[in-house]
Design a protein around this ligand. Sequence first.
Ligand code: SF4
Length: 699
Amino acid sequence: MNKTISKHLSTCSYCGVGCGIEVTKDAKGAIAVKGDEQYPVNKGMLCSKGMNLNYVVQNTDDRILYPQMRWSKSHPLERVDWDTALTRASAVFRSLIQQYGPDSVGMYVSGQCLTEEYYIANKLTKGFFGTNNIDTNSRLCMSSAVVGYKKTIGDDTVPICYDDIELADCFLITGANPAWCHPILFRRIEKHKELNPDVKIIVVDPRKTQTCSSADLHLQINPGTDTMLHHAIGRALIESGNIDLAFIENHLNGFEAYKEKVLSLTMESYAQACGLSVEDILSAASMIGDAKGFLSMWTMGLNQSAKGTDKNLSLIALNLITGHIGKPGAGPFSLTGQPNAMGGREVGGMANLLAAHRDLLNPEHRQEVADFWGVDQISPKPGYTATEMFEALDRGDMKAVWIVCTNPMVSLPDSNLVERALKKARFVIVQDISYKSDTVALADLVLPAAGWLEKEGTMTNSERRISYLPKVLNAPGEALPDLDIFLRFAQKMGYHGFDFKDTEAVFLEHVKLTEGTNIEISGLDYQTLKEKRSVQWPYTNGKQQERLFTDKRFYTPDGKANIFPAAATNELEKLTPDFPLVLTTGRIRDQWHTMTRTGKVNRLNTHIDKPFLEIHPSDAEVRNIKDGDVVEISSKRGTVRVHAQLTDKIKEGVVFLPMHWGKILQHDLARTNNLTDRLLDPISKEPDFKYSAVEVVRY
Ligand code: SF4
């Protein structure tokens, strides 16, 4: 056995839980991983994905090892050196910007990028290309929650800390399956309930997921009716007097309009719309009303919706009318999907944001950032968001896109449009670690990137905890850290302000921009992060803030929180006789996103090894479908062909497909997003992956 020669502390690169990992490296360079017992998030625990990260790192068979370029669409990709690759990239971007204007180009980045990479990608695009066409796959994940927080508590900030889990006595887990998708947080909830059996867990989901195994109450709701349910619970809380009148009086705006809205329908009407019983809704309301610490937790089931903003507003209202915020064990807690979706937004990593949560539409904020970067101005025009960007490429309004660390050919809605858009684009750069990314096939320029442990930088998890990730290994072949690629490109473009001596210098520039904002981290540097292991923002005078709003002053102009009479109408894709079933999509336990990393770990493929369709036995029976049959699922946009899995854990009239498989890992017809719609929430611009009208037939 080889002796350990070095030990390093890092953070898991998969989900927003942000577990601490201890990495050991032996004399032959082989690494082993285990949960960091001292880390406050996971206290030594790791889920199946995290504990197999070493196999992902060590198996480099799929890695992109050198830049590749095609000289025209009809030429094959051929190996080139970095100088040729970046000279071409800069020449094309410069020429397109001159000929068609800055909005003809854009970047599509990822919640997997490190904060420093995100910062520089934003500086390049917004400061120097002169366009706000930079968006991220976090748009598919969190943007409805961002709008919910901004409208209610005044900023995009998670008010709770993870330690509130052990202090809560009622959990409302809605639109989320944390048992599979945020496993370590769910382990903490399970353990808390084991030790305190009176703790109540309410789960809201059209599917009976693994999370329901710990639930006191499962509300198997009709898809798309979440706002109705929230209003029904709000009504029941008001009618039973289980609201915090002092909080409402002193710290809340909008209660009367909200009250009028939720009282406008009867409990019976709400129950019928939601497909639930009045008793179950009242039972949920009474668990919440009796709680000393009420924690609402949600993720994609609410966010990924054409009504995502309303669903968020109506849920957060339940915490606000009961005063369950800013106190132990209480608050609205959106579970972040990706490991650094928070860090990305901290540096302004969306088409409508600026650094340190500044607002793109605010002229003063734009000027502050422009002055800081030494440029004349930031464009006042919001950029294309994720889905809009590919629509713009399809229309020809955008000519070039630089895709970093994400696989939109599989993950964006209406994949067939995305594929067509990438074929039509003049120039597509794909910067990735793996050939398993389907999008690589349509690139004009492929740039090999370094992966986890092969570069340093920082990430922020979903309790605002910033951690430092060290470089432990050299990247294979000629792969470079994303940051180095951006900085080399900026030099080729002749831009000033990109001459950083190291990665920390980029971090410190970001820190400077946070001064005076709600997310201030003044004084934070790599040495402090290494010593403290991690800190939660805001961090000033050497002190972090774990739980926010303990003084009940919110980040709004008058310091009060806001609630809204959110519309409960369900303006989603209509079911028709041709497409009478609702398709909802999601994740499985052992896979991550489009499987470019987890898909190459044998033991992670043993849990579920192929795509499948969950369908209720009665929906299957009328279609003459048996368990295991190959079925064809169709929507107005495309088709998918997979094996049927009959289960009464899914509500009648609803079918479920996992979102992971794409062309490369299966075949053309396993790509779930062939079916989904590009319908967006009008404010958050988050697409709706949870409600598509489909039909299923035996193939
Ligand atoms: Fe990684 Fe998330 Fe699993 Fe923790 S819960 S080990 S962060 S995938």
